[in-house]
Design a protein around this ligand. Structure first.
Ligand code: BES
Ligand code: MN
Ligand code: ZN
Length: 499
């Protein structure tokens, strides 16, 4: 789908899309169209239950007096509460409706002076952003699809006064779209395609944008003492990798300590010897989403030339049973020096992160460190798919994260850390065990485990197990890989950490 920005003009073919506010209040463009078709739109409104609420829509087909084939009325809610997210959602909604209707071309009118607080150029760019985000589709393996089964919309024209300004604003947002699509692609790929070496290759692909990429092999990790990460990977034929990405965008790059992001990159999680049940195990191809988001985030920062120094690290392993797999009861020594009793080989993400987090703070002394991981089924029980779980040792960082999440529609709910939970991870045989032994507070005890591998640096952990893969379409995120966390962290940086 192509997006075009143009100065306002009367649409001649395809679908004309205009907004309607709550209580059937037409926007200026809708009033003009209604006049040209002798009130057909107001009549259509009066006989339908469409009231102009957010998420409402009404298609009027073949209106007499107009050149266009269809008018699509999009509900915008109350003008005063229409924000950037509202325009993104409208854009996504429009794409979904027209793709479903078999339409190939549409023109959306963005008005000035309609009581909306954001300026028309920004509104246009945000609408285009939402349209693009919703237009994503992972269909490379569908080789027999007929043309009519594919999305139909080819061109979305956005008519707005100040089209050039809108186009410029959208260019930055489109960099984020490209990054989101990279993440969605690599999270969607099956585990026979994306495994530690090929996931590291995806990170290497960012070199052309100016990201410095290093890939550590088993030998190098062994030298560093990463016994926890290596233990997880040892049952697999596919060797583990640690990928380290650096974006040095701060104006005075040498002075600024970086912000750091660490992702769980379990390219497939069978559970290992503590093997998972067969039903739904295919979902564990997306157990690398944390590192998928970190790779995408680095692409977004480099793409939009963010004025920040950022480090992205992915701990990449495949968790398989096998003749050399680690066994329940094994004791491994992590890079921190702490020994870990591995009582359940399916609690592997925390083992990978233990070494990746330690390495990150040790080498980079970051301003803060945020990890993302599809870490526990327990966070899905607690929060479902509406909020991701957030844990933090730093109130300021926690607040910034929550606000960034609200702004982009990737919501976080802060969960508690507490010494009483921490004690549940004490082991009789080693310094710490990798499961508490009960099912209670499963996401919290996992976070407490991670915390033992974090020193003084402000730290946050995002448990994205419930939000990284969606079973249903939402306005700007089609079902499947969501890239949850990418837009949130990009926003966090844009709002607080760029110089
Ligand atoms: N990758 C899983 C967590 C997960 C489960 C993500 C379902 C997405 C959907 C993780 O490695 C895991 O297996 N966690 C265990 C921990 C348990 C053994 C303490 C879990 O949540 O059951
Ligand atoms: Mn697991
Ligand atoms: Zn896992």
């Amino acid at each position: 789908m192509k997006i075009v920005f143009a100065e306002p003009s009367a649409p001649k073919s395809g679908t004309a899309v205009v907004g309607v506010f709550e209580d059937r209040k037409l926007t200026p463009s809708a009033v003009e169209l209604d006049r040209q078709c002798n009130g057909t739109l107001t009549r259509a409104l009066s006989v339908s239950k469409f009231k102009g609420r957010k998420d409402d829509s009404l298609a009027v087909l073949a209106p007499a007096g107009l050149d266009v084939a269809r008018v699509l009325l999009i509900g915008l809610g109350k003008p005063a509460s229409l924000d950037a997210l509202g325009f993104q959602n409208a854009g996504g909604k429009i794409v979904a409706l027209l793709d479903g209707a078999g339409e190939t071309a549409a023109q959306v009118a963005i008005d000035a002076g309609d009581g909306v607080k954001i300026d028309p150029a920004t509104a246009a760019a945000e609408l285009a952003y939402g349209a693009r985000l919703r237009g994503y589709r992972f269909d490379k393996y569908r080789t027999k699809e007929k043309p009519e089964q594919k999305p139909s919309l080819k061109t979305l024209t956005i008519a707005v006064a100040g089209a050039n300004e809108a186009k410029k604003k959208f260019a930055t947002l489109d960099k984020i779209v490209e990054a989101v699509f990279l993440t969605r692609d690599i999270v969607s790929e099956p585990a026979n395609v994306i495994y530690p070496e090929t996931l590291a290759d995806q990170a290497r692909g960012l070199e052309e944008l100016g990201v410095e990429v290093e890939v550590l092999t088993r030998k190098e990790m062994k030298k560093l003492g990463m016994g926890a990460l290596l233990g997880v990977g040892q049952g697999s034929e596919r060797p583990p990798r640690l990928v380290v990405m650096q974006w040095k965008g701060a104006p005075d790059a040498k002075d600024q300590r970086p912000v750091a992001f660490v992702g769980k990159g379990v390219t497939f999680d069978t559970g290992g010897i503590s093997i998972k049940p067969a039903g739904g195990m295919e979902d564990m191809k997306w157990d690398m989403a944390g590192s998928g988001v970190v790779i995408g985030l680095m692409k977004a920062l480099a793409g939009r030339k963010a004025k920040v120094n950022a480090v992205g690290i992915g701990g990449l392993v495949e968790n398989m049973p096998g003749g050399n797999a680690q066994r329940p009861g094994d004791i491994v020594t992590s890079m921190s020096g702490q020994t870990i009793e591995v009582l359940n080989t399916d609690a592997e993400g925390r083992l990978v992160l233990a070494d990746a987090l330690w390495y990150c703070q040790d080498r980079f002394k970051p301003r803060f460190m945020i990890d993302l991981a599809t870490l526990t089924g327990a966070i899905i029980i607690a929060l479902g798919s509406e909020y991701a779980g957030m844990y933090s040792t730093d109130d300021k960082l926690a607040k910034q994260l929550i606000a960034a999440g609200e702004a982009v529609g990737e919501k976080l709910w802060r969960m508690p850390l507490n010494d009483a939970y921490d004690r549940l991870m004490d082991s009789d045989a080693a310094d710490i065990k990798n499961i508490s032994g009960g099912r209670d507070a499963g996401s919290i005890t996992a976070a407490q485990f991670l915390k033992r591998f974090v020193n003084d640096v402000p730290w946050a952990h995002l448990d994205i197990a419930g939000t990284t893969w969606s079973k249903k379409d939402t306005a700007t995120v089609p079902k499947g890989a969501t890239a949850f966390g990418l837009r949130l962290l990009d926003r966090l940086i844009a709002d607080h950490y760029e110089s």
